[in-house]
Design a protein. Structure first.
Length: 506
């Protein structure tokens, strides 16, 4: 074992295509044969300290000689006590191969964030989160992400072990089909934000698929943090009853976004902030790969979770994330403001809402909440089109079912995500039929706010609620079902909500 010190004195700042990055001194190994003749392995350990205010990404170059079969990396870092209200140390990790660290990810070989303390990569296998493939000679880079740094600094230790020998065969990836059996044009239930052990989740794809079926879901979307390594591990979990789409949760320092339903094997880089003016490029990459751009939990309070890139490139927004909490309430209110802006600007474009579980491990519940989409069939493209068009509602579980529409006096009708094109003063009837929502109140929300609230539904959970209005009084209407509030004017936790129906000819 050889040890080295990568302290502050040996670091260098380089301006790269991934903004400002810190590149450390290169770790070198022998040229191979001598080590192979000895014990088939070589190990180097490096130590250093990152100060507060370090760049978002720190690269440790590693010269990999010919004849290497496997690269293994283990790391640790100190976690000193910090005053209340001060962030402690958190250090993420990943790997790029000899093709480099350029923004766009040609050299990307994996990312585990802070979920693992070690990983390996070789031709025939890799740690979850990482991509198997040839170990070619050249300069590889261990990527460190100092997510937060304590006032004392972040002292780290990295151990790199190279194993020499003949390389295995890289498996040909097999991906799930983009179509399931379906029921033709129908309402399909899905959860498009969840994590397996291929990022920081604790469940296997098989466990997730079983839970999805138990939750009554028809489709799911793989969304690991900053890696597409799971894409080749879902095929045997798909079936006629479950469509499995592939994607990524692009986890930047200025918010998270779902790349929903991209082509298999699509990687989306995350190494930028809003101030770098690079997001639009990667939004275009998601679209070119056939995916939807869906900002996730935009008002979440965790460090780096709040969405700061704007919504110009978005196809939908995740308004409800996991169990309903105050940040979901704030997101719901802010999303409603965007509907008002759409009406005011008169361009007809509006941002649909969806809900997902963001489940990681027990007791996180897959399918709580779930987005119920009206799609022409159970295919990737049809589900995406339903989400993009806003033909959907969000329910806390498979128990909740809604039918929501608005009708005029001469047979005109519009459903969720549509427009009822009648004159401004035409009387219209808003009607909601609900099942599976015992003791929930129904609220009809318009550009003025909640203009109607029903009495609680019966304990059976089934009921029909009607309300009469005109387009001049309500530019749009959407429905919320809320559980009985514990006290006073608090509206109560959501059981379900719909995308809007717009009223009027414009």
């Amino acid at each position: 074992m050889c040890e080295d010190d990568h302290g502050i004195g040996r670091r260098a700042l380089f301006v790269t295509s991934a903004a400002v990055a810190l590149t450390l001194g290169t770790v070198s190994f022998s040229d191979g044969p001598a080590a192979e003749a000895a014990d088939n392995q070589e190990t180097r350990t490096v130590r250093g300290t990152l100060p507060p205010g370090s760049p978002d990404f720190v690269y440790l170059p590693v010269d990999v000689p010919a004849g290497v079969r496997e690269i293994k990396v283990a790391y640790s870092y100190d976690k000193p006590s910090v005053p209340a209200g001060t962030q402690g140390n958190a250090l993420d990790i990943g790997l790029f191969d000899e093709r480099g660290t350029e923004l766009g990810g040609k050299g990307f070989r994996g990312w585990s964030g802070g979920a693992r303390s070690e990983f390996f990569v070789r031709a025939d296998d890799a740690t979850p989160g990482y991509l198997p493939g040839p170990v070619r000679p050249g300069t590889w880079h261990i990527a460190l992400g100092p997510y937060t740094v304590a006032p004392q600094g972040l002292a780290y230790e990295i151990t790199i072990t190279l194993t020499y020998g003949e390389q295995g065969v890289t498996p040909t990836p097999v991906y799930p089909p983009s179509r399931a059996k379906g029921r033709g044009r129908a309402w399909y239930r899905g959860d498009c934000h969840m994590h397996s052990w291929y990022s920081d989740g604790r469940r296997t794809p098989a466990e997730i698929a079983a839970l999805a079926r138990a939750a009554g879901l028809d489709f799911i979307n793989s969304s690991e943090h900053n890696t597409h390594s799971s894409h080749a591990h879902w095929a045997d979990q798909a079936g006629d009853d479950l469509l499995i789409m592939l994607g990524e949760e692009v986890t930047t320092r200025n918010g998270h976004v779902l790349a929903l339903g991209t082509e298999p094997g699509t990687f989306v880089d995350w190494r930028y902030r809003a101030r770098d003016n690079r997001w639009a490029r990667f939004a275009r990459e998601i679209h070119r790969a056939g995916g939807l751009v869906v900002p996730a939990h935009p008002h979440a309070t965790c460090v780096g979770c709040g969405w700061k890139f704007g919504f110009a490139e978005a196809d939908a927004v995740e308004v409800w994330n996991g169990p309903f909490t105050p940040d979901d309430e704030a997101t719901l209110a802010e999303w409603d403001n965007t509907l008002v802006a759409s009406v005011r600007e008169g361009h007809g474009r509006w941002l649909p809402a969806m809900g997902n579980s963001d489940a990681h491990r027990d007791p996180d519940a897959i399918g709580t909440p779930q987005t119920v989409v009206l799609a022409d069939d159970l295919t990737r493209e049809a589900v995406q089109e339903g989400i993009r068009a806003g033909r959907s509602y969000v329910a806390e579980s498979k128990s909740v079912s809604l039918a929501f529409g608005v009708s005029g006096g001469h047979g005109e009708h519009a459903g969720i995500g549509e427009r009822l094109r009648v004159d401004r003063d035409t009387p219209v009837t808003v009607r909601l039929e609900a099942q599976g929502a015992p003791r929930c109140s129904v609220r009809f929300v318009t550009d003025q706010g909640a203009l109607f609230t029903s009495d609680p539904l019966p304990v059976s959970g089934a009921g029909t609620v009607e309300w009469h209005t005109t387009p001049s009084y309500a530019a749009y209407v959407r429905a919320e079902l809320r559980h009985e509030a514990a006290v006073g004017p608090v509206p109560g936790v959501l059981a379900a909500f719909t995308n809007p129906i717009f009223l009027g000819r414009s």
